[in-house]
Design a protein around this ligand. Structure first.
Ligand SMILES: *Cc1c(COP(=O)(O)O)cnc(C)c1O
Length: 471
């Protein structure tokens, strides 16, 4: 497993034991820096139009956004309003250009607005956007997903990751006849009621412990454990014998910052669910087709019973999916009695974007490339931060990464919360002005894409070096 070195970055001894080098500003050739600043005429960074539009938006939509993390609450200032995206880049309404490490929160793994995806979408569009009836494109994407993801023998397409997780949970309960589930603190499985317990990023960033409006009855059966904590999971199984329908988790956490599983954690969960007649659900909405073509389950060699997907398989259009063993999936209506439906599910546009995104990802060398550039990025940032005297930890697997302003190791959300979020906010604002767009929260993983070049990475690391000096 080529990328395991990336996992090691998170807590390997070389991180906590390595001496922190002192900053050495004296070694910088000041005169050449000044000359460069004069010769490259850069227009001053302004977000005036962004600010005007967002101010208006706040009167129109709650918080000015349609998804909370976009609102920049945890990094301060106003969010940027964007105008267009292409490849690894985004442009805002003021004309500023950014290297993007959000990738629309995951889907843009082959780069934004890919030419082939776009032209396929235009051809599909000519035939209509929604049939509300079967179409061949559904078969094609279903076959691709089934062939790629080890646990999936049958799949149901829905319209978001949230829906995928709702469906998988209902199915696990229907199949086992049990009602309780175990989830992990800091893992996000969409915004359905039963999952809004210790749900990571969006919720954590806003400091809402649980959401009002979620009835006690909805979360009553949701048990939680710290991530990477086998002992707590064991004791939950013991004190709820014969009552657990499923254990659901992000096989690599991305919604509490980047947190990989300890070496035996996934195989432990595989075994304990099996021993107790519970299902293991990998929520691969983020990791699916990102850590490997077959997702985290291929990467780690652990096959769950059910898998949820989203983000990448929609290639930038709204999609989710859940799938798994045939005997379980055949419980889903109309094959079986478990009801779940969707007006726009499997619509031709989303299927087209998914198909062409997966085709690109299937080409040789994609994941090796992601591994290389993401590794260069994370090593570059960690080295630059430590050189400037900051405590840092971080890691990556293929096209997914994260770093914290704290010494590792970070095993769970509790650890992650000890990081210096105020420093992250300063770093964040600085990087924006340098033209680098990271996720506006310390507790979100970052994403690279096939469109990111060695030059993008170099430019990002150079920018980080400048910002680390002044935070
Ligand atoms: C994004 C995400 C979801 C929710 O997907 P939406 O499409 O935003 O509803 C669920 N689980 C994980 C792991 C995610 O990253």
């Amino acid at each position: 497993m080529a990328g395991v070195s990336g996992v090691g970055l998170s807590w390997s001894s070389n991180i906590s034991l390595c001496p922190v080098p002192k900053p050495s500003p004296a070694s910088r050739p000041v005169s050449s820096v000044v000359k460069m600043a004069v010769s490259v005429e850069k227009k001053p960074f302004s977000l005036q139009k962004s600010e005007e539009i967002f101010t208006a938006a706040k009167e129109l939509m709650p918080g000015g956004v349609n998804s909370p993390v976009r609102a920049f609450k945890s990094v301060g200032g106003q969010p940027i309003v964007f105008d267009s995206v292409k490849g690894s880049r985004m442009w805002d309404v003021d004309g500023n250009e950014y290297i993007d490490y959000v990738g629309s929160w995951g889907p843009a793994i082959i780069g934004h607005a890919d030419d082939k995806v776009n032209s396929a979408l235009i051809e599909t569009l000519k035939k209509g956007t929604s049939f509300g009836a079967p179409c061949l494109l559904e078969n094609i994407l279903a076959e691709m997903v089934i062939e790629a993801v080890p646990s999936i023998e049958m799949v149901r397409f829905v319209n978001s990751g949230t829906e995928a997780c709702m469906g998988a949970l209902r199915l696990a309960r229907a199949f086992t006849g049990h009602e309780k589930i175990i989830k992990f603190e800091g893992c996000y499985h969409g915004h359905a009621d039963p999952f809004l317990v210790k749900a990571g990023s969006g919720v954590a960033t806003l400091g809402l412990p649980d959401s009002p409006g979620v009835p006690k009855g909805a979360t009553f059966e949701t048990l939680t454990s710290p991530y990477n904590d086998a002992e707590t999971v064991k004791s939950l199984f013991e004190s709820n014998k014969g009552e657990i329908a499923a254990v659901i988790l992000e096989p690599v956490v991305g919604n509490a910052g980047f947190i990989p599983p300890k070496p035996d954690f996934l195989s432990f969960l595989r075994q304990i669910t099996k021993d107790n007649g519970a299902l293991l659900i990998f929520d691969e909405v983020m990791t699916g087709f990102r850590l490997a073509f077959g997702g985290a389950q291929e990467y780690f060699g652990i096959t769950p019973d059910l898998t949820t997907l989203g983000k990448i398989i929609g290639g930038g259009l709204p999609v989710g999916a859940y799938g798994g063993r045939r005997d379980i999936m055949e419980m889903v209506a109309p094959a079986g009695p478990m009801y779940q439906a969707g007006t726009l599910s499997g619509n031709p546009l989303a299927m087209t974007a998914g198909i062409h995104t997966l085709r690109r990802l299937k080409e040789a060398g994609c994941y090796e490339y992601l591994d290389k550039i993401t590794g260069d990025l994370v090593r570059g940032i960690l080295d630059a931060g430590r050189d400037a005297g900051h405590e840092m930890s971080g890691g990556f697997i293929r096209g997914m990464f994260g770093f914290f302003f704290m010494e590792g190791p970070v095993y769970n959300f509790g650890d992650a919360k000890k990081s210096d979020t105020a420093k992250f906010a300063r770093f964040y604002r600085g990087m924006l002005e340098e033209g680098v767009y990271f996720a506006p929260s310390q507790f979100e993983a970052g994403f690279t894409s096939l469109a990111h070049t060695a030059h993008d990475i170099e430019q990002t690391v150079e920018a980080a070096k400048r910002i680390f000096q002044r935070i």
